[in-house]
Design a protein around this ligand. Sequence first.
Ligand code: NAD
Length: 424
Amino acid sequence: MADDTMSMEWDSPLYRESLAQFEQVADLISLDANIKDRLRTPQRSLVVTFPFRRDEYGRVDTVFGYRVQHLLTMGPTKGGIRYAPDVNLGEVAALAMLMTWKCAIVGLPFGGAKGGVRVDPTAFSRAEAQRVTRRYTMEIINFIGPDQDIPAPDLGTNEQVMAWLMDTYSTHVGHSEPAVVTGKPPSLGGSVARREATGRGLVSLVPAVASHLGMAYEGARVVVQGFGNVGRYAALAAAEIGCKVVAVSDITGAIHDDRGFDISALMRHADAEGGVKGYRDADEITPEALLGLECEFLIPAAVGGVISAENAADIRARVILEGANGPTTTEADTLLTDGGVFVVPDVLANAGGVTVSYFEWVQDLQNYFWSESEIVGRLREIMNRAFSDVLQIATSRGVSMRTAALIKGIERVASAKLARGVYP
Ligand code: NAD
């Protein structure tokens, strides 16, 4: 029954790519044809348009907003909300599907979701950001909730946006409902260690990866692209376990020092100067040169598509830990794997963020808050269990870690769907 027209409503380059990736793995594992059809398209897609009053007197813009829930089988749905000038239904749908696999790979009781508002958040005053958030929340309010769909921050949104969303929802239902969103400020029931979770979760895999490859990680050279939320905490965690972070980049430039950086000092510099460029007496290198440095661990933690067929041959890392979503194109992935680079895919490597979001939701539902060491310990345990399951699939079936991760995620979802059956 599957044909191209089935997914037309969600068509976008990213959706086509996500679908192709899913179908390739579905065919490899001979997935039940009915389940395969069912998973190709999201279960719920909401498109809204609403008026948004700007600060300039008399100016009202019409804005597009989206919320897509890919899979309702596993529990509530979970996924970020992005504010970006080019966000569209197809992009949001593709990201919702990826969230389904990510949650299933690490074993969280969620289906995937994603939301977006087509605006340029960099052009907003604080009052405008608040108004657009409250109105968007009202537009999607019947589709979200602690046992229905739980948003989180993504590109262009942050803790403050989540606080406004939580406040709007709570005002509407008549009582405080912190569990409706994650990534809130700790003063509203946000989890400690959420900010560091993705970077820390990623680096918690380093000892297991090193042991699998028979190499030492103490003193191992680490290169990090991107020094935002994911990159900086990955760099910090890597330095904490004894690795040497020898190169770092962000939008301002790339720096290199064979002796390894003091990450706390570099973070202070980046905060004060707006980026890593100009840090002490580090060598400045080009962003392209950074990706081609010889190292044990390369952590792309900035944007998608940075490792492509054009530069894959220049990569001299032993391991790539994907912090960003989609940093490696499909063609580059094959070239790297064939060339002996061990790639830990995004759906596994950066799942620490949604894992600690899950912890935040659990804590909010129970009104009982855990210590930082409990959170970090449980994060490490979940990430490492998922890594060893995926490695086992990769080894036993002779596939890449990316294919193995998707096999794990898709099989988990398929078995839940088969067990629930079809209503009526
Ligand atoms: P962020 O905005 O905090 O940081 C992005 C960093 O990348 C900044 O330092 C920016 O200067 C840098 N950057 C942007 N373009 C660059 C370029 N061309 N070259 C080098 N550096 C560049 O974002 P983030 O939250 O750290 O997210 C980074 C990536 O990780 C995204 O792909 C995001 O989807 C993914 N991710 C984030 C989380 C999370 O919890 N924040 C979870 C999973 C995945």
